[in-house]
Design a protein around this ligand. Structure first.
Ligand code: PMP
Length: 360
């Protein structure tokens, strides 16, 4: 069977070239007679794989040496606890920007560890917009400011990097990392689960500025203490070796494509095509303020919700998978991360036209 177009929000489609490489290497990695899955995380082969993954990621994003890179377990949701536990130090308050489901999850978890001050919120519009920087009100002396750069469920994406002055900026980039350039120097910490834009589930990337280390609270689990992990360079406990290896292959491929600036161009073209189809007649509707529409997750609604299941089932029968919206949002959602080629978007647009003709 040919590969289908997979619009899953995560775990998401991976580049076919990467999967083929994994398949070719699976039983015998580079003539060593074993699979990457079977290698010691302390052995020279895996350490070489991990070091190359880190080098390539540094090059892709432009990450200077005073930022440390960790590949951890526990998912992006784990970071909702590990960030306050690592960064609060002796401060009692952290600021959060609330723009939808995932930023709300983050701030709810943080409330277990500190006072949470909501610095800005998208609630006034039903979370269909990003609050302008001019509306943000930081608290007196927060440990950090946290926001979610792309709300995966509602499809709200920041088009700018917030300016929080000297207060460390922390971003959940789970669903848009590596899809557009950003200046890491503006951030204290960036984190992302791999399973949307750079790998399979099971590994979470944390990029943390060196001066923020060394402040973990006593109750922070040692395996999630960033400082301990940095000091032990891949070997404090067993890292998710196979997902790291696949992430490394994705980084290598992104570099070969010309880096993130090139990838961004493709992402803009894909998103424009899909939103143009949504806006074409009014049959499909996207509720997000146009300037804040996500390039990665494109939710839309049909004239009545009874059609949702029909749309998703018919699409599936044509090889267009996982288009049903998240249960809290309903409707349809197409996730078009880096690894979704334009041909997949073309196939979806053609299906949408045909569907509209038959049900419009
Ligand atoms: N943040 C965002 C923006 C997400 O999209 C997700 C997963 N959909 C999460 C956090 C949670 O990630 P995980 O399942 O890896 O904990």
């Amino acid at each position: 069977m040919a590969r289908a177009w997979n619009f899953c929000p995560g775990p998401a489609t991976l580049p076919e070239e990467v999967l083929s490489r994994v398949q070719a290497d699976l039983l015998d990695w580079q003539g060593k007679g074993l699979s990457v899955m079977e290698m010691s995380h302390r052995g020279e082969e895996f350490l070489g794989i991990a070091a190359k993954a880190e080098r390539d990621l540094r090059q892709l994003i432009g990450i200077p040496e005073h930022y440390k890179i960790l590949f951890l377990q526990g998912g992006a949701m784990g970071q909702n606890a590990f960030i306050p536990l690592n960064l609060l130090g002796d401060r009692a308050t952290a600021d959060y920007v609330s723009t939808g489901h995932w930023s709300t999850k983050s701030l709810e978890e943080a409330r277990k560890y500190c006072n949470v001050h909501i610095a800005a919120s998208g609630e006034s519009s039903g979370f269909t917009h990003v609050p302008a920087q001019s509306e943000w009100q930081l608290s007196q002396d927060p440990a950090y400011v946290h926001y979610c750069a792309n709300e995966t469920i509602s499809g709200v994406e920041f088009s700018f990097t917030p300016d929080t002055g000297k207060v460390p900026l922390v971003a959940d980039m789970s669903s848009n990392i590596l899809s557009r350039p950003f200046d890491i120097n503006r951030f204290g910490l960036v984190y992302a689960g791999a399973q949307k834009n750079f790998g399979p589930s099971g590994v979470t990337l944390v990029i943390v500025r060196e001066d923020l280390l060394g402040k973990a609270r006593r109750e922070c689990p040692t395996v999630f203490n960033y400082t301990v992990q940095v000091e032990h360079e891949w070997a404090f406990n067993t890292p998710p070796t196979f997902p790291i290896y696949i992430a490394g292959l994705v980084f290598e491929r992104l570099l070969a494509l010309g880096g993130i600036a090139e990838v961004e161009k493709r992402n803009i073209a894909k998103a424009q095509k899909l939103y143009a189809e949504i806006d074409r007649t009014g049959f499909y509707k996207n509720k997000i303020r146009v300037a804040d529409r996500s390039r990665m997750n494109v939710p839309f609604y049909l004239p009545n919700e009874k059609l949702d299941d029909t749309f998703a089932a018919e699409a599936k029968s044509q090889g267009l998978l996982n288009l049903k919206g998240h249960k809290v949002a309903g409707g349809i959602r197409a996730s078009i991360y880096n690894a979704m080629p334009m041909a997949g978007v073309d196939a979806l647009v053609a299906f949408m036209r045909d569907f509209e003709k038959r049900y419009g």
